[in-house]
Ligand binder design. Structure first.
Ligand SMILES: Cc1cc2nc3c(=O)[nH]c(=O)nc-3n(C[C@H](O)[C@H](O)[C@H](O)COP(=O)(O)OP(=O)(O)OC[C@H]3O[C@@H](n4cnc5c(N)ncnc54)[C@H](O)[C@@H]3O)c2cc1C
Length: 597
């Protein structure tokens, strides 16, 4: 198919927002333009790149996104409603393949299909990872520019602290000097729940492995404290709202929505294959078009979309591509492999309280009242995501598992497990919410898992969903760590501040009194922690493993860079959106430096 092929009568929606508002322009205008950079995937990282690269008015940027815009859509703005977005029209609605570690269950795998990508549908937690994680990346990639010392400035470019919704004094809850001055707004909870002080007081009184951490984003993630979230002025702060929206009136930035990138097209093979052309379509049966970048294609289609596009382009493990009759242009065995995800288990407790959010979810009138309170005053329950406190822990030093496994965490100060406290019955997984009673959900997670999964093609049709194996709880280490997290959570709840509050473990958790029974519970009720990463990992330029080099350039190819969660060489022992923003900020700088723009 010739490059830039198009016809007048067929148009693909491209929205270009000017000060006059939103305009739809035909694909013809896009295919006839010359862009310096084409960013494939308008998600968390993609919007950062589109925004940063188009700061230079002489540089022409095209951002291509499979989904639409959620601008002004209330359910993406209201923090409390974030949990309703997986499974909605803004989600790709993937499912995993049956997970051996979860008793053979398939679990939903949510990913944003919308401008802002998964940052438009996620649950807000803002963790930039320990300094040690970044130093680990530097050592794995052989590039000191990934060490915390060098990356700190990029973190500070991503985000800034803003007041919580209720404007309360945050002294002692956060360390302002650890934060930066970037577009993403970050705040501590603006509607404190009765759990918050119990968690903080318990950690202060217990100390040790449960110690209080005043600011999880100040270098050390271990310990318990208030959740920091990508919420500002009572609303979601995403890469679409914070990075893309302010750039939309730039004449040198075009944004193509509802458009699927189907593959990269090899344009020449000199000493190395060159891929500067991208193929797009709006449906499997529809016309396919090609658009070429003068400088680079930047793949930011995420941990699933990026390897899928690479494989469809003949870049990946030859043995897999042969099976689908896809010509292998570049044999990179690790494309789609090494997927790491954080398993998560909901532990339910019935509690002595009438203040949990359970009644709000059961009664449409109360719910509507809370929503109205958010809309009219920016106050109340709905200003926060349902979890206000979190803690990161290491396994006990003498844990028996270390006799058989090396510590997988990035340093002796990095976490193995996480605990999140939710002030009501949070429906994570299939357990139905009870019709009466008050509850607390304690989410336990493993953040240094040894299990690995993959993304593989199921066909050569770009519109077919790939096979996603999250590898949840496959490793003996991971199930050991999960059981320890469940036991740690229960120990935490026996401390004095909880006295009289916890009635009893609820549901099948009540019977999970032994390690074996806890493991069985975890396998039965475990879900994804929504943090898959690593399917196009960064590695030293000449390493046999990995997919991109430490400058994020695709190995063995000219013209392609990968910038999203798929490049993680070691997954952060925390929530991962902030590290994605850091990568994107650094990538923008690398590109600006390379092309002197
Ligand atoms: C339900 C949920 C809750 C989460 N909660 C948190 C949290 O609280 N804190 C946290 O730190 N992290 C959280 N995460 C994880 C975090 O949000 C993601 O890891 C991160 O946003 C991923 O960024 P990305 O740029 O790699 O990919 P994405 O943001 O997913 O961007 C990829 C973009 O590419 C587009 N795309 C894909 N394929 C194509 C194609 N073929 N053509 C065109 N476009 C394409 C997608 O539609 C998407 O917009 C959560 C994730 C989920 C799903």
């Amino acid at each position: 198919m010739p490059a830039n092929r198009c016809s007048e009568e067929i148009s693909i929606k491209a929205t270009f927002r000017s000060k006059r508002g939103s305009m739809i322009i035909p694909l013809a205008e896009v295919t006839n333009k010359i862009y310096d950079f084409i960013v494939a995937g308008g998600g968390t990282a993609g919007c950062v790149l589109a925004s940063r690269l188009s700061q230079n008015p002489n540089i022409k940027v095209l951002l291509i996104e499979a989904g639409g815009s959620a601008q002004g859509q209330q359910n993406t703005e209201v923090p409390f409603l974030g949990v309703t977005l997986p499974g909605s029209d803004l989600d790709w609605k993937f499912n995993s393949v049956p997970q051996a570690g979860l008793d053979g269950r398939s679990v939903p795998v949510a990913r944003g299909q919308v401008l802002g990508g998964t940052s438009t549908i996620n649950f807000f937690t803002w963790n930039r990872a320990s300094n040690a994680l970044w130093d680990k990346w530097a050592s794995l990639t052989g590039d000191q520019e990934w060490s915390w010392k060098h990356v700190e400035k990029y973190y500070k470019m991503t985000s800034r602290l803003v007041k919580p919704a209720d404007g309360h004094d945050t002294t002692g809850e956060i360390i302002p000097s650890a934060h930066g001055n970037g577009p993403i707004e970050v705040s501590v909870p603006g509607f404190p729940t009765e759990l918050d002080s119990m968690v903080v007081n318990t950690s202060k009184s217990l100390g040790g492995r449960f110690a209080y951490n005043q600011d999880i984003n100040a270098g050390k993630t271990l310990g318990f404290g208030l959740m920091q979230s990508s919420i500002g002025h009572s609303k979601r702060s995403s890469s679409a709202t914070a990075y893309l929206a302010p750039a939309m009136n730039r004449p040198n930035l075009d944004v193509l929505i509802n458009t699927h990138v189907t593959r990269l097209v090899r344009t020449s093979e000199r000493h190395i294959s060159v891929f500067r052309t991208i193929e797009v379509a709006t449906s499997a049966s529809g016309q396919h078009y090609q658009i070429t970048a003068a400088k680079e294609i930047i793949l930011s289609a995420g941990v699933i979309g990026t390897p899928q596009i690479l494989l469809l382009s003949g870049i990946g493990p030859k043995e897999d591509l042969d099976k689908l009759n896809i010509i292998t242009y570049v044999d990179i065995p690790d494309v789609g492999r090494n997927l790491v995800d954080h398993p998560l288990v909901p532990n339910y407790f019935s509690v002595n309280s009438d203040k949990t959010f359970d009644a709000v979810l059961r009664d449409p009138t109360i719910f509507a009242g809370k929503l109205q309170e958010w809309a009219s005053s920016g106050q109340g329950l709905f200003v926060d995501s349902p979890g206000n406190t979190q803690g990161y822990m290491r396994l006990p030093k003498d844990a028996a598992i270390f006799e058989r496994y090396q510590d997988p965490a990035s340093s002796p100060e990095s976490a193995h497990t996480e605990i999140i406290f939710v002030d009501g019955f949070g429906q994570f997984g299939e357990a139905p919410a009870p019709e009466t009673g008050n509850f607390m959900t304690v989410l336990t997670g493993v953040v240094s898992p040894l299990s690995r999964g993959s993304v593989t093609l199921t066909s050569s049709d770009p519109f077919d969903k790939p096979a996603i194996d999250l590898g949840l709880l496959n490793s003996e280490f991971d199930i050991f760590a999960m059981v320890q997290a469940m036991k740690d959570a229960q120990s935490f709840l026996t401390a004095e501040p909880w006295s009289g509050y916890i009635k009893a473990p609820f549901g099948e958790l009540a019977d999970a009194t032994t390690d074996e029974a806890k493991a069985a519970y975890a396998r039965k009720f475990g879900v994804t922690g929504n943090h898959p990463a690593g399917t196009a990992a960064m590695s030293p330029a000449h390493a046999a493993w990995g997919v991109v080099d430490s400058k994020l350039l695709l190995k063995g190819v000219e013209g392609v860079r990968v910038v999203d969660a798929s490049v993680f060489p070691h997954t952060p022992e925390c929530h991962i959106q902030a590290p994605v923003y850091v990568i994107a900020e650094r990538a923008a700088d690398l590109i600006k430096e390379k092309y002197a723009i």
